[in-house]
Design a protein around this ligand. Structure first.
Ligand code: ADP
Ligand code: MG
Length: 728
């Protein structure tokens, strides 16, 4: 066995086990590192608190004097908690988070030292951000962008640093991050949904989108991961023969969590609790070494921040526990990949979940309104929603036959389908009193009972209604949820606006009663959005054919999926809803394409390295052993050696065949890469990488994995699947 692999295995086996005990009442630690309302009450004057709350609730501006007060309070609290630095925490288009720490410590002109942090530093900073992707918005010679405080997401202390969530914008006003468009989309859905919710309850003044994500991930021993160039550089295994035992026994799913993993989780949960991330559920997932963590849902902007923070905390805690956490959507072939279901709903400031039926027919009509409008929105903009979850790594999941397909469809279950079918039959225009009674009692009135026993669960649907929320399942485990949440809330906002217009016009022009008008418009939506509803097996080939007949998009690669972003209809939608300007959309498309190209390019290079520096040398080494053996047999037995060396000769030839194929395919892939790199048009380049470069990966992998099966285990340099996948 190669030294590196041997040492890594030994290290992983001899590891001291860190045990972390469950920490009792977690509510006692909850959010102690967060500058939340409780802290603000303690540290802020009444005026300052009112101003911050109105900024959170109504988006009002905080004036400079108040900002100074808030900064002073934050500083006092942070220092009392042992913080020494502060940072503007933001989400550049890399998909991760960025931070640049500054010390509170400063020198006065007379040389005395003090801790300084004022409103100026709280509200706005100018990080030297010239190296973040901007998709051409910001030319590097005028690389000016600034970060601005987002008071809707509370500041928190992480390590010894006070982190202030911020948006990141260019001086010319364009958003350079994922948070600014999200905030705009949340604002749009707030306005549109509030207007519609007021049909049912005049007390509603604000509607917030809610998000509960479910984070899937893999844990791999750090030493073993480091012994693999592919995991180190790409976050996934590019080669690796499947272990004899994978997930076929289903013995990992919801099984007993391994001791090392549970210690990691306890440690992680404690950190999360202190940071105010309300983690709640933990369990084993389907694949060995795969786990899931889910929180209590929150307002969407906060939930997005918490998910990003969580991923960062996970990496740090994993390191302490000698793990590497893999967020890649498909770290191992042959077993399940990881996703991040986004559970989404809309909540009013009066405490109502708009996707939850209530106790009166009117409440149920409200539910139906938001339910049907969401379906209609997804139907109208299915391709846009698909684009929001496209990435090089998620391409391994979407459209592969284990995860939601690249085709968007909605599952609502049998009973709700029956309700919609009945509504479809409602007569046009005014309703007779009998019709109204029938509708209210027998259709709308029955919804709560229906949902109570709606145990119907379709795991293959990419967008499923699960009782009181929709669950978007195609989101990748690595993805920043801000992207799908921006699109989903934008399209629902647009749809609700349209709905309001139509209902109002029926009330005004046709003098229909409000509920009649609502029934009428919903009926039309139910009819026109039928093609998006599909309750069958989303993984099946028949569905792919059926979806094509329904003219639903099926964009299997990222470059294909991203095209829709810059189509005229999309640009005008984003502009109309105030979410992104054409420049901002084009910039994002360019950054996504560029990221796709670079990630595929890196994988291509790692393949070359693996093939030429690891796989072929090991193959030759073993082949030489066999050759020496055959020559020895020949020395002893002369011409009769054939009787004993047939098997060896076959393996020698098989290895030779694989070496030749590996060399050919790897060289051809490198050539294809060169040709792709020579293209200057970013779209063409991305397609070249998708169609001409990436297409070699599976072929190369096939021969690598065959060689792994043939070569002496002692000579194999890379940690094997069975070593990586079973935490001891
Ligand atoms: P699953 O069976 O899909 O794992 P769970 O019920 O365990 O479903 O988790 C669902 C997730 O949905 C949790 O993170 C939960 O916080 C979230 N969730 C529940 N209600 C809402 C809601 N109204 N809005 C957004 N998310 C929600
Ligand atoms: Mg789920």
């Amino acid at each position: 066995m190669s030294m590196i692999r041997f040492e890594a295995i030994r290290e992983s086996l001899q590891r001291e086990r860190i045990t972390v005990q469950e920490s009792g009442r977690r509510s006692e630690h909850f959010a102690i590192n967060v500058f939340n309302e409780e802290r603000m009450l303690q540290y802020l004057t009444k005026d300052a608190l009112a101003s911050v709350k109105s900024a959170i609730f109504a988006g009002s501006k905080i004036d400079r004097k108040i900002a100074d007060q808030v900064a002073e309070a934050m500083k006092a609290w942070a220092i009392s908690m042992g913080a020494t630095h502060y940072t503007h925490w933001f989400q550049p288009l890399t998909g991760a988070t960025a931070e640049k720490h500054d010390a509170f410590f400063d020198l006065m002109p007379d040389g005395r030292a003090l801790e300084k942090f004022g409103g100026g530093q709280l509200v706005q900073q100018e990080p030297d951000a010239s190296s973040f992707p901007s998709g051409g918005i910001r030319n590097t010679f005028e690389a000016r962008g600034y970060t601005a405080w987002d008071p809707t997401s509370p500041a928190f202390i992480y390590g010894s640093t006070l982190c202030i969530p911020t948006v990141f914008v260019a001086y010319t006003g364009e958003a350079l991050d994922n948070k600014a468009p999200l905030l705009r989309a949340l604002n749009a859905v707030d306005e549109a949904a509030t207007a519609v919710a007021r049909y049912f309850d005049k007390n509603v003044n604000k509607v917030s989108a809610t998000l509960g994500w479910e984070q899937e991930y893999f844990l791999v021993d750090k030493a073993l991961a480091s012994a693999r160039p592919d995991i180190t550089l790409t976050g996934r295994t590019l080669v690796g023969n499947l272990a004899a035992k994978g997930q076929q026994l289903d013995d990992h799913y919801f099984g007993v969590i391994p001791l090392r993993a549970i210690s990691f989780m306890r440690d992680l949960e404690l950190e999360c609790t202190r940071l105010g991330i309300p983690v709640k559920t933990r369990h084993n997932e389907v694949a060995p070494n795969q786990f899931e963590l889910a929180p209590v849902f929150e307002e969407a902007n906060l939930a997005v921040d918490h998910n990003l923070l969580l991923m960062d905390v996970m990496e740090k805690v994993a390191d302490r526990h000698h793990f590497r956490v893999l967020f890649h959507e498909k770290p191992f072939a042959g077993i399940n990949g990881s996703g991040k279901h986004n559970n989404w709903s809309l909540a009013t400031d009066t405490g109502t979940n708009l996707l939850s039926p209530g106790s009166t027919p009117m409440k149920n009509l409200q539910f139906l309104t938001f339910f049907v409008n969401t379906i209609k929105a997804v139907d109208s903009y299915e391709e846009l929603l698909r684009s929001s979850i496209a990435s090089a790594s998620n391409d391994h999941r979407l459209g592969a036959n284990e995860a939601p397909p690249a085709i968007l469809s909605i599952f609502i279950g049998k009973q709700l389908t029956e309700v919609l079918d009945e509504l479809e039959g409602v007569s046009k225009g005014k309703l007779t009193p009998e019709e109204k009674t029938e509708l209210k009692l027998n259709v709308v009135g029955k919804i709560p009972e229906i949902l109570l026993d709606n145990t119907d669960r379709n795991r293959t649907s990419p967008f499923a209604f699960t009782g009181n929320k929709f669950e978007m399942r195609g989101v990748g485990s690595k993805t920043n949820c801000a992207k799908p949440m921006t699109i989903l809330n934008t399209i629902v906002a647009k749809q609700l606006q349209q709905f309001k217009k139509e209902v109002d016009s029926l009330i005004d022009k046709k003098s229909l009663k409000k509920d009649e008008a609502i029934f009428n418009v919903l009926r039309e939506y139910i009819k026109s959005s039928k093609r998006i509803r599909f309750d069958g097996d989303g993984y099946s080939d028949e569905w792919e054919k059926e979806a094509a007949r329904r003219k639903l998009s099926n964009n299997k690669t990222t470059p294909l999926a991203l095209q829709v972003l810059t189509r005229e209809e999309s640009l005008s939608l984003f502009a109309e809803m105030g979410v992104m300007s054409a420049v901002e959309v084009k910039a994002r498309q360019e950054v996504e394409l560029e990221t796709y190209i670079l990630q595929t390019q890196i994988e291509g290079r790692v393949y070359s390295e693996l093939v030429y520096s690891h796989i072929i040398p090991s193959a030759i080494n073993y082949q030489n052993t066999l050759i020496r053996n055959v020559m020895g047999l020949k020395d002893i037995y002369g011409a009769a050696h054939k009787k004993f060396s047939d098997g060896q000769l076959t393996i020698i030839e098989q290895i030779a065949g694989h070496i030749e194929a590996l060399k050919k395919k790897t060289d051809a892939m490198t050539e294809a890469r060169k040709r792709a790199n020579a293209l200057t048009d970013i779209n063409k380049k991305a397609f070249a990488y998708a169609d001409n470069v990436r297409s070699y990966f599976d072929e190369i992998r096939y021969h690598c994995d065959r060689v792994e099966r043939l070569v002496d285990d002692q000579l194999w340099p890379l940690a094997k699947y069975r070593e990586l996948l079973y935490i001891r």
